[in-house]
Design a protein around this ligand. Structure first.
Ligand code: GLC
Length: 479
């Protein structure tokens, strides 16, 4: 069986967030359990892609309204990943430095055009390839029209027998556009028009949920949440629930291995306490905070969805209340949050610092050297950072949503299964209490050490999830 993943991101070639991590890891683990898997992404003008060579395996032209756009599908020549990586080279559309946004952080004006070019390039290539995949697995709204096009566009109907899986990594983005953009779509059967529509827009996410053979979300709790709160798509998910399943993501235990990690100052060889201490010291090179205090870190996109807008007020409330703790934040995102955090670092020298960068290496160092990782997310479809943190002995403080709920039982659980601190409501009071509880845990040294040891031993590897996906694929093929 051959599976082709179609995605906007794939680590290490092009990553903006967790989607990239997942699409860079799952194919590897599927291949290892005997399911050959490839990935196709757009050819962006990003570092990794610019530094690798590709050979053209298909050339074609797609039509977008009156425009004929030439493209090629290329395969990475040295096969440096553990699976074949293909890129769709569509000049004028993807040869830009940002994946979704330009250098100033603004989303591209032609998102729909780009997505349509990419999806059609992939379908045309598959249609004309001798060895077709047995399964097409699409991720998020950028690839959400593929299951529709395979069924209802005469041009691609030759592929209608191939089962499709659609995974929702982030249901907040639908990729919706007005019906005035209909002229951009390839010709489709008129009676299928309703499948494109959700609340009077062309909605690729909703279309995928309706048309894919199977739909997965990246954690079981997130699927439940989407049925009750998904930007107006609740009824659709309830209606389609028979084909939906939540499959928890894993983490790439090769990339995230505290014993072999090349990004960190001191890989783990001796005791956990020594590993944490040595790596905490190094953090002082980038973050001007008092490292004798317990250190709480936030790593990630500074956006509302991740709850980053709660942090400035929460941190100043905690520090003003006199708690003995220091904070470090690494990430980029909304300008107003950048400003608030910079301001905070002037107000609390030695207790709070921020590095406004996307920096993979520094992130690894923070996981290794921090005591706690805070994730106050409003929504969290799965969340990978809490799993990276646990593997590196950093105790998560999380809001009880989505995948955070599924992966971080509270240390207050009587059966000792606890892995971190959880809080329910997205407000300062609950956040403050969670940090208070974290410090209480920190000061209860023997218990803190036990929790810390315990979380490093949890198996978050992809093997389990990969075999769940394999079952899903097999069920479809046997249909
Ligand atoms: C998105 C979600 C995140 C999830 C990731 C990978 O980035 O926001 O929660 O872990 O996709 O599935």
């Amino acid at each position: 069986m051959k599976v082709l993943h179609v995605s906007a991101e794939c680590y290490p070639a092009a990553k903006a967030g967790g989607l990239g991590d997942v699409v860079g890891a799952l194919p590897k683990y599927l291949s290892r359990i005997g399911c050959p898997t490839g990935v196709v992404i757009p050819k962006y003008s990003v570092k990794w892609i610019n530094e690798h060579s590709f050979r053209t395996i298909y050339r074609g032209t797609i039509r977008l309204h009156h425009h004929y756009i030439p493209f090629s599908i290329e395969q990475e020549s040295s096969n440096s990943l553990e699976f074949p990586l293909f890129v769709a080279n569509i000049p004028g559309k993807f040869d830009r430095e940002g994946i979704y946004t330009d250098a100033s952080g603004r989303g591209y004006f032609d998102e729909m055009e780009r997505a349509l070019c990419f999806q059609q390039a992939v379908l045309q290539w598959i249609l004309n390839s001798p060895g077709k995949p047995s399964i097409i697995h699409c991720h998020d709204h950028h690839t959400g029209l593929i299951p529709f096009m395979m069924k209802y566009c005469p041009e691609y109907q030759g592929l209608q027998h191939i089962p499709t899986v659609f995974t929702i990594h982030n249901g907040a983005y639908h990729g919706a556009v007005g019906w005035d953009k209909m002229y951009l779509l390839p010709f489709f059967q008129a009676e299928a028009r309703g499948l494109l529509d959700w609340r009077n827009t062309i909605n690729p996410l909703a279309t995928a949920v309706k048309c894919a053979w199977r739909v997965t979300t990246v954690s079981p709790s997130y699927l439940e949440e989407l049925k009750h709160n998904s930007n107006g798509m609740e009824l659709l998910l309830q209606h389609e629930q028979h084909k939906c399943q939540g499959v928890l993501n894993g983490i790439d235990a090769q990339v995230w291995d505290p014993k072999k990690d090349k990004y960190i100052a001191m890989p783990w060889s001796d005791s956990l306490a020594a590993f944490k201490e040595a790596n905490k010291k190094v953090i002082g090179q980038r973050f001007k905070v008092d490292l004798r205090l317990p250190l709480i870190t936030f790593i990630g996109r500074l956006v509302g969805e991740k709850g980053a807008d709660l942090l400035p007020d929460l941190i100043s409330r905690v520090l003003q209340s006199g708690m003995n703790v220091a904070f470090a934040i690494l990430g980029t995102g909304q300008q107003n949050i950048h400003h608030a955090l910079q301001h905070l670092s002037y107000n609390f020298p030695g207790r709070f610092d921020v590095v406004l960068e996307y920096n993979e290496g520094l992130a690894h160092q923070l996981y290794a050297g921090s005591d706690f990782l805070i994730m106050p997310s409003r929504v969290e479809p799965c969340g990978l950072n809490q799993m990276y943190a646990m593997r590196y002995g950093t105790v998560p403080i999380v809001r009880s949503v989505g995948g955070l709920r599924d992966t971080v039982p509270d240390v207050g659980m009587p059966d000792n299964s606890g892995r971190g601190i959880r809080f329910d409501h997205f407000n300062l009071k609950d956040g403050h209490l969670a940090i208070y509880r974290a410090l209480e845990l920190y000061n209860n040294r023997p218990f803190f050490e036990t929790v810390r040891e315990h979380i490093t031993t949890i198996d978050f590897s992809w093997e389990k999830s990969a075999s769940t996906y394999l079952n899903i694929y097999q069920e479809m093929i046997n249909l």
